[in-house]
Design a protein around this ligand. Structure first.
Ligand code: PLP
Length: 456
């Protein structure tokens, strides 16, 4: 049997891939017909594919490669940890140094009294942990009826049964009998698409107050928690109106509802501060982190929990955990990633220099005939494509058709941007340089021009 390597012809790799590899969120027939793009190596913000193309990765992988590709330090730390202690678990009163050190560092970095860390391997697993955690918290607090979790339509919290139920993605709910009972969805604060004649402020308040209405309808004694991303990522980088989060915080405080901030995308510098909760000025009881925690170099995630919630959970045995909770290699890699983010001043540079530089250019994309709003916070941005920006109109074609054409043009121009419906989104590595930002904008404009030509 021939060994499969980077040196095989692309067509052969694609045929083998289509024959045996089932991809996430991919239509298998289309995959077989077109073949997958084969990525062979990466450095900084650049990917190389099997045809030798150099591609600017404006998505940072899947929103995760915060320190950029190819950092030797992480490879070395992983190899060292594999040699010393490749695996041990953290169940049943056992621990090891990488888990201790990473939990301590996360407690130091996280805002407020978020001082306790429960590890998992993915954002989805951490959010599943959160479901069980908040329900157990209320049961142990003598309020076992408080079990319902409120979340938002078009929010994304992962792909496991629990996390996909928390999420508000209707195509995901359409498969596999989701959502599970005990999850209630309210509307998202997407003013561009759903604001109608309201001002952003009127709309922000109205959408936040839907949380209070839901609590009244379901009963305050039945609602355990509200979960949301500080800025919705996979839903299309939806930046809420400024008054949305303060009102949500007020409502959670007033009704004894735990607030879970899903920081899987927003965490570790993406919004220009260490956490999106700091950018949005909220005080979560639990934060979900993953992705940028290790810059995607190793699978690891965590629920970072407040003193108050941890105190209650510590009083019982929380019957929950994963074989890889606090995996020593992933934990060591994450620690090294946090050291680099901190010591190289990467998060501060995003806030002070990189984000303002990109923002100015990104927001100017609204001068393009196809672009309605252009939103960006830190290094996560989106543009809404529209045939008529004055009326925030939708295209006559099925939603996502134009976005798909634009994304294909981006690929052809060696730029990875994703589309969510007819919104184009970016989330580049935090180490992107000014000249790479110039190139990103140049290629985005070219792709928008070509998209406009195609649909004219
Ligand atoms: N939460 C948010 C906000 C996410 O964006 C994602 C993934 O994109 C997840 C959770 C799920 O993370 P994972 O894919 O690691 O399970």
């Amino acid at each position: 049997m021939a060994q499969i390597t980077n040196h095989m012809p692309t067509a052969e790799l694609q045929a083998l891939d289509a024959a045996h590899h089932m991809h996430p969120f991919t239509n298998g027939h289309e995959l077989a017909a077109k073949g997958a793009r084969v990525i062979t190596r990466a450095k900084g913000v650049w990917l190389t594919d099997s045809e030798g193309n150099e591609i600017l990765d404006a998505m940072g992988g899947l929103w995760c490669v915060n320190i950029g590709y190819g950092r030797e330090e992480l490879a070395e730390v992983a190899a060292r940890q594999m040699r010393e202690l490749p695996y041990y678990n953290t169940f049943f009163q056992t621990t090891h140094v990488p888990a201790i050190a990473l939990a301590q560092r996360l407690a130091e970095l996280a805002p407020g009294d978020l001082n306790h860390v429960f590890f998992a391997s993915s954002g989805s697993e951490a959010n599943d942990t959160n479901i069980r955690m908040v329900r157990t918290y209320w049961a142990e607090s003598g309020k076992p009826e408080k079990q319902i979790i409120i979340s938002r339509k078009n929010g994304y919290h992962g792909s496991t049964v629990g996390a996909a139920s928390l999420g508000g993605m209707s195509p995901m709910h359409a498969q596999g009998g989701l959502p599970i009972p005990g999850v209630h969805h309210i509307n998202q604060p997407n003013w561009w698409a759903e604001g109608g004649d309201m001002s952003p402020e009127e709309f922000g308040l109205a959408r936040a107050r839907e949380l209070e209405e839901a609590i009244h309808e379901l009963g305050e004694d039945k609602v355990a928690a509200f979960i949301a991303e500080p800025i919705q990522g996979a839903g299309g980088v939806i930046v809420p109106p400024d008054n949305y989060w303060p009102e949500i915080q007020r409502i959670c405080d007033a009704h004894e509802i735990l607030l879970i901030a899903d920081e899987v995308i927003c965490g570790f510098g993406r919004t220009g501060k260490w956490f999106g909760s700091q950018t949005m000025n909220i005080r979560p009881d639990i934060m979900t982190v993953a992705k940028g925690l290790s810059s995607g170099y190793a699978p690891i995630s965590a629920s970072i929990v407040s003193d108050g919630v941890a105190k209650v959970l510590d009083a019982c045995e929380f019957n929950h955990g994963y074989t890889y909770s606090g995996h020593p290699v992933s934990a060591a890699v994450a620690l090294e990633n946090l050291r680099i983010l901190d010591e190289e001043g990467i998060v501060e540079r995003v806030g002070a220099e990189t984000a303002p530089y990109l923002q100015e250019k990104w927001e100017r994309l609204t001068d393009h005939p196809l672009v309605g709003e252009a939103r960006i916070v830190g290094l996560m941005g989106s543009v809404a494509l529209t045939p008529d920006k004055d009326n925030r109109a939708k295209f006559a074609a099925d939603p996502g058709t134009v976005g798909f054409i634009c994304r294909e043009r981006c690929f052809a121009n060696n730029l990875v941007m994703r589309h969510v419906g007819d919104r184009m989104i970016i989330s580049p590595p935090l180490v992107i340089s000014p000249s790479e930002i110039d190139l990103l904008i140049e290629r985005a404009r070219l792709s928008l021009d070509q998209c406009l030509e195609r649909i004219a």
